[in-house]
Design a protein around this ligand. Structure first.
Ligand code: SF4
Length: 131
């Protein structure tokens, strides 16, 4: 396989201190490969020899102390894709929070779900939001 064949693939990789970590391979501006571990982690530079391809596109991990299944390439991407995080009507924890978002949040907490809103008739762009 060539370098470009690894881009976008879900992988494990051999690097000191990252045993068991998984992520998506990408290429930086210099053409070096790196593994993106998700929103809250640094990217890790790798070579082709470091990469171990993973067959399944799903994995389990602990999210808010609950073991959940997730499509690996979407792990940690909720804020990036959910309309609510860019919406003026979202006010988590406040009385004026969006009624729909609050109901969805309550369901997520009760059932251990993470459910991004991809479409909403009431969305109002919050131009000041930085994700
Ligand atoms: S109006 Fe729609 S997009 Fe905005 S916070 Fe409510 S559910 Fe989310």
């Amino acid at each position: 396989m060539e370098k470009r064949d690894f881009i976008g693939k879900y992988v494990k990789f051999k690097k000191e201190g990252f045993k068991g970590f998984t992520g998506i391979v990408n290429e930086d501006a210099k053409g070096d490969l790196y593994v993106d571990l998700g929103n809250d982690y640094p990217v890790v530079l790798v070579t082709i020899k470091d990469i171990i391809l993973i067959e399944s596109e799903f994995e389990q991990y602990f999210h808010h102390a609950t073991k959940v299944w997730v499509r690996s390439k979407l792990k940690g991407k909720h804020r990036e894709y959910c309309l609510c995080f860019a919406c003026e009507r979202l006010h988590p924890g406040e009385n004026n929070n969006c009624e729909i978002a609050q109901k969805l949040y309550d369901l997520c907490v009760r059932c251990g779900l993470t459910t991004p809103v991809f479409e909403c008739p009431h969305f109002k762009e919050n131009k000041g939001v930085v994700l």
